[in-house]
Design a protein around this ligand. Structure first.
Ligand code: FES
Length: 200
């Protein structure tokens, strides 16, 4: 990703999350805030939903945010990226997401509420490494000659498509997890609250 605006947006977002959940290692200014929270407040904040602004997320770009101590990847999939999902159908181990974790509203080929917007937990389902985005297709991807784009886990070589579906023959046993989420409006996603659920 080389779009500075997205980087800036991400930084701003992460700063917001850090302050909001009072994460350990936050900037100094946030420490008094953390110290002032009661244990129950901290516990509630640690599980709090995270709002993500995708208004500056251009086609083909990825945004990484933190939710419950885990990375969540949000990708604005292009029509070509979406088309790749059908192209790799025979290569993925669980194309229908029968064995993986996702809300019912994300049990479709795109594994998402809105086809172009991918939301997955950015954790390899093998042993928990962070998969790398490999959106470049073909031999230049460095993954495999006919790579159609997706995610590659450098720890033991697991591969996932652009819906987080795991490839056959790799160590990871299941597709990447899709967290609960809903759209607040056209450009904002709330991670941690199910589609159709009331926000407390
Ligand atoms: S942790 Fe990803 S392949 Fe092992």
């Amino acid at each position: 990703m080389n779009d500075n605006s997205v980087n800036t947006a991400r930084r701003r977002f992460l700063t917001g999350v850090t302050a909001g959940v009072g994460a350990v290692g936050a900037a100094g200014a946030a420490v008094p805030f953390v110290a002032s929270m009661s244990p129950s407040e901290r516990a509630r904040a640690a599980g709090a939903p995270v709002e993500v602004d995708i208004s500056r997320l251009g086609p083909g770009q990825i945004l990484k945010v933190e939710w419950r101590g885990k990375a969540v990847f949000v990708v604005n999939r292009t029509p070509q990226m979406l088309a790749s999902l059908a192209e790799v159908e025979a290569k993925v181990a669980d194309p229908e997401s029968a064995e993986s974790l996702q809300p019912d509203y994300a049990r479709n080929r795109e594994r998402s509420l809105r086809p172009e917007v991918m939301v997955v937990v950015g954790v390899c389902t093998h042993l928990g490494c962070a998969p790398l985005e490999k959106f470049q297709t073909g031999p230049q991807s460095g993954v495999e000659p006919d790579w159609r784009g997706g995610f590659y886990c450098p720890c033991h070589g697991s591969k996932f498509d652009l819906a987080g579906r795991v490839y056959k023959g790799v160590p990871a046993p299941t597709n990447m997890e899709v967290p609960p989420y809903r759209f607040v409006d056209e450009n904002r996603i709330l991670i941690g609250v199910h589609h159709g659920a009331e926000v407390a």
